[in-house]
Design a protein around this ligand. Structure first.
Ligand code: UDP
Ligand code: MG
Length: 318
């Protein structure tokens, strides 16, 4: 039986690039259907992440023109990960496999063939991994590398140089629906679901049009969310560091008592100031890290919806 494929594409203010990439994706889908690799019910699902430009109008126009194109629109901008999750959840019960891909053409859509082959030979998750980052800027390349290293140091299981271009079967998505947390970091969470997985390598290209929608602030948020939602190691570091400082202070106390008894106690203003400043800094950072986790707990207990779908192109399903 040929699998039904949903290509899930999150879009945020992408009016410049959608008219370029949508036909590319459509052509790919049609050719896959043509060669009999996937079922004819397959389609492309665009998720408009609360764009403020004409993105949603473009998606609805595309959906009117082709039965292979569908769209959902979120009620406001919820960020890449939530938009992607909205699309995957929407697709979950209607397909056998999903492929998530950015709408800017940076990920090579031709790698989908190989992903489907991997699925057919038994993998439930197929990660698209960048074989090179030649087209990324120096800053982006190095911050990204640093980020992956940091993640693995923090004990988060991620696939190196894999972003959010991957094939996920509906079986995995159904198991994943039991993960109810509101802080989501898909590329770190999906490996936790288990099942057989494999990698497909592709060359990362330059954005075909428009600008990156990942501001440095959004990247930092993603990194912090990734670490704090998947690992408690930072808190453990604080405990370890605190213990170390405690041991050092005991030595310091013994030392100062000895100095006092032997009558050599000269006023040590500089050393005292340094110690005070250092400990003050360490305490503030530690409180900040713990606060970050408490904030996460706060958001989780509220259990607010991760996204709200405002509109769908497929009126029947509304
Ligand atoms: N995106 C989104 N919501 C956001 C930011 C980005 O849906 O708040 C989408 C964006 O339209 C694109 C994908 O996420 O399809 C990746 O974003 P981008 O290409 O700007 O990131 P970069 O490749 O520069 O890391
Ligand atoms: Mg991009």
């Amino acid at each position: 039986m040929k699998p039904v494929l949903y290509i899930v594409v999150p879009c945020y203010n992408e009016e410049d690039v959608l008219p370029v990439t949508a036909p590319m994706f459509l052509e790919k889908l049609k050719s896959l259907i043509g060669i009999g690799k996937i079922a004819p019910e397959s389609c492309i699902l665009f998720v408009d992440d609360g764009s403020r430009d004409r993105t949603w109008n473009i998606i609805t126009a595309l959906a009117e023109k082709s039965r292979y194109i569908k769209g959902i629109s979120l009620s406001r901008n919820r960020g890449h990960q939530n938009a992607l999750l909205a699309g995957l959840n929407e697709a979950r019960d209607k397909c056998d496999i999903t492929v998530s891909i950015d709408c800017d053409g940076q990920d090579d859509i031709n790698a989908v063939d190989e992903m489907i082959d991997e699925y057919l030979s038994g993998s439930e998750i197929v990660y698209g991994v960048r074989s090179s980052r030649k087209t990324d800027s120096f800053l982006k390349r190095n911050t990204a590398r640093l980020f992956y290293r940091l993640m693995s140091f923090m004990g988060v299981e991620t696939v190196y140089d894999h972003a959010d271009y991957r094939l996920v079967s509906s079986k995995v998505l159904k198991s994943f629906s039991d993960f109810r947390e509101v802080n989501i970091y898909l590329r770190g969470m999906l490996p936790l679901v288990g099942y057989r997985s494999s990698c497909v390598y592709y060359e990362r290209k330059e954005r075909l049009a428009g600008k990156s929608k990942y501001s440095p602030a959004k990247m930092l948020t993603l990194a912090l969310d990734g670490i704090t939602s998947l690992s408690v190691k930072p808190i453990r570091f604080i405990t370890l560091f605190g213990s170390l400082v405690a041991v050092l202070s005991i030595i310091g106390i013994i030392w100062s008592v000895i100095v006092q008894i032997t009558g050599n106690s000269v006023a040590g203003w500089a050393s005292l100031t340094c110690i005070l400043c250092f400990l003050g800094g360490v305490q503030m950072i530690s409180l900040g890290i713990i606060g970050e986790y408490i904030g996460k707990i706060y958001l989780e207990t509220k259990g607010r919806p991760r996204y709200i779908i405002a509109e769908k192109t497929d009126k029947k399903q509304n």
